[in-house]
Ligand binder design. Structure first.
Ligand code: AMP
Length: 509
């Protein structure tokens, strides 16, 4: 499987580079970084890491804004045989305390504004601290400027760790997912093929790079394909639509697509040069998919993955991209739907737990052997925690996180089924259905609905609209109309927050 002598992801990415003058990254400030530059900068950074005492297998934690230097830090860490640990820039010092003391990195790289607070935490695990700001300036780049670009990539095996990414924790405490060099390389290479990436591609890169989507899917796929990317510090709809005139691909979370649709400049003409729009990390509403097709003539390609598994499924490049479905298991990935309790494999069209196995699946949770064991079946399948089904044509559909399942009066209620009904009502933008403690039923089905401005949507109209369409036990007991749903930075609806907001509605006297 491994075609170079060294299984280090960095070697697999760059050892056989044909032309160092190829463009790898451009920024909105007009900076152009070739593949040769990127490798040289990664060499300088890797030399600095070693001079700071970072050894193969050590963790390098980074809580920094997106920049080219940030990407270089990731590549340099991997090149030095260390384990890259990116942290969401939104985490507070209190949260960082958990990640840093849990992961025990030997180096923490942070924004200069945070250096003091982080130094106190880093001291607990004897980690050094370096800085990088939003422009890629800081103690790390200062030291790198004086370092040699020559660096011998540290030899690594397929199963050695390249990264630890903490799960976003929308359903519990964050856990560190351990990803190997081969997990990352194999999945990216599969995606390059499946999505037909070539050196002619120009990706609009507007995702954060502390998450699997922006860091691995977007960046590694581009680099393996010898394509180039336009690096945006953050999501900017106006800039993205302008860039489409000379780009070929965009990878986004569903919120990108809903926001772009609100922009009057989005049109068939504006997207003419583009060949691929990918969505993932959270469900893309079927309506958004259709609206996008109607407006641009492009069918968004939705895929499904998670921190622990990289990408599992994708809608086809050539075949039908079905709205609301996440497509077929990727080549090399085995996916099945099983009874959550017994693990018995279920027939098509039956909802159950999605389980996956393949070279994409992680090595376990950092320092949580028991937790890791309980999330794998004996035959090596990982229990994703996502409920879904495989339809008659083989497309996988996700109906929600297992932990979001509502059990009311002993009946299982799948939120997605009710959300789809509500979302189809006139005047409704979207909805979230949650279970809230209820004295009689255990949990009461509760709907939280976002309506279009000025639309005549309230509790009574929603309940009336559902009448006769849903079995009684699935009917929401209460409906709340709100301006927007709480989402995390990857666009996932935070049902935990909703459950907390409405926790007393059936129990308060
Ligand atoms: P993360 O580990 O932050 O990438 O989150 C992974 C979770 O996001 C998965 O387990 C799914 O629940 C959800 N997810 C990712 N992609 C999709 C998708 N295309 N449709 C529905 N849910 C998705």
């Amino acid at each position: 499987m491994n075609t170079t002598a060294n299984a280090n992801l960095f070697s697999r990415l760059f050892d056989r580079l044909d032309d160092p003058n190829r463009l790898a990254i451009e920024t909105l400030d007009g900076e152009r970084i070739t593949y040769g530059d990127l490798i040289a900068r990664a060499g300088q950074f890797a030399n600095v890491l070693v001079s700071r005492g970072v050894k193969p297998g050590d963790r390098v934690a980074a809580q920094i804004e997106k920049s080219v230097a940030n990407l270089v830090l990731y590549l340099a860490t991997v090149r030095a045989g260390a384990v890259y640990l990116p942290l969401n820039t939104a985490y507070t010092l209190n949260e960082l305390d958990y990640f840093i003391t849990d992961a025990e990195p030997s180096l923490v790289v942070c924004d200069p504004a945070r250096a003091e607070g982080i130094a106190a935490i880093a001291a607990k695990v004897k980690a050094k601290v370096d800085t990088l700001d939003a422009h890629g300036k800081g103690s790390l780049t200062d030291a790198a400027a004086k370092a040699s670009p020559a660096f011998e990539t540290v030899a690594r095996g397929n199963d050695d760790l390249a990264a630890i990414l903490y799960t976003s924790g929308t359903t519990g405490r964050s856990k560190g997912a351990m990803l190997s060099h081969d997990n990352l390389a194999s999945n990216s290479l599969t995606l390059v093929d499946y999505w037909r990436f070539t050196d002619k591609d120009v990706l609009i890169h507007a995702l954060p790079i502390y998450h699997t989507h922006g860091l691995f899917v977007a960046s590694n796929v581009t680099l393996f394909a010898r394509a180039s990317m336009i690096f945006l510090p953050k999501f900017d709809p106006d800039a993205i639509i302008k860039l489409m005139a000379r780009a070929t691909a965009l990878m986004g979370v569903p919120t990108f697509y809903t926001r772009l649709l609100q922009n009057p400049a989005l049109s068939r003409e504006a997207t003419r040069h583009m060949r691929l729009f990918v969505s993932g990390s959270a469900p893309l509403l079927a309506d958004t998919h259709r609206e996008w097709s109607a407006r641009t003539g492009h069918a968004v390609l939705e895929r499904y993955g998670m921190t622990e598994t990289n990408m599992n499924t994708s809608n086809p490049y050539d075949g039908e991209r079905v709205p609301g479905a996440v497509g077929f298991p990727l080549p090399g990935v085995s996916l099945r739907v099983a009874d959550p309790e017994t693990g018995k494999v279920l027939p098509p069209e039956t909802i159950g737990m999605i389980e996956v196995k393949g070279p994409n699946v992680f090595k376990g949770y950092w320092r949580m052997p028991e937790k890791t064991k309980s999330e794998f079946r004996e035959d090596g399948f990982f229990i994703t925690g996502d409920l879904g089904k495989i339809d008659d044509k083989g497309y996988v559909h996700i109906v929600g996180r297992g932990k979001d399942l509502v059990i009311s009066g002993g009946f299982n209620v799948y939120p997605k089924e009710i959300e789809s009904e509500i979302d189809a009502m006139p005047g409704v933008v979207e909805s979230a259905v949650i279970g809230v403690p209820h004295a009689d039923f255990g949990e009461g089905v509760t709907a939280v609905v976002v309506r279009h401005a000025g639309a005549n949507v309230d509790e009574a109209t929603v309940l009336k609209g559902l009448e006769g369409r849903l079995a009684k036990f699935k009917m929401p007991k209460r409906v709340f109309v709100v301006n927007e749903l709480p989402r995390n930075t990857m666009g996932k609806v935070q049902k935990n927050i909703l459950r907390d907001t409405y926790k007393d509605i059936y129990t308060k006297a």
